[in-house]
Structures are given as C-alpha cells and as structure tokens.
Ligand binder design. Sequence first.
Ligand SMILES: [Zn+2]
Length: 68
Amino acid sequence: MVQKSCVPYGSDVSSGTYKCADCGHEYSNQSKTSLPPCPNFKKETHPKKCWDILTGQGDDSKDPYPED
Ligand SMILES: [Zn+2]
C-alpha cells in the first residue's frame, strides 16, 4: 500500500482515517468514495485543501472516530 499525503478534496478514496492537512481535523471515512471538504474549511486557514491519510483499508478495523 502506498501512503499518500495531501489528497485533494473530492479525490476518489477507500475507507480509512484522514487528517486535514491544514487544521488537523481527523475524519474517518467508512463508505464514501470521495473525500469531502474539511468541516472546518475556510479559505483563509485551508490553503492546501487536502487530507493526509492516517490509516488505509485493512490497517485497523477499529474506529475511534465514527462518521457523523
Ligand atoms: Zn481542516
């Protein structure tokens, strides 16, 4: 598995845990196929508009950050 960082909003992804590259907000993606914008998104504070991947599919089935 390739670790990617700074995956842009709207990219096609698999389930996993992501962290906002701008503010550090963690987001656990269970079923969506594309990444949403950060819920804290403001253009002043979010120039990168991307997510870092913390865990990918298969790494960890536990989910400490339920979606929604
Ligand atoms: Zn953010």
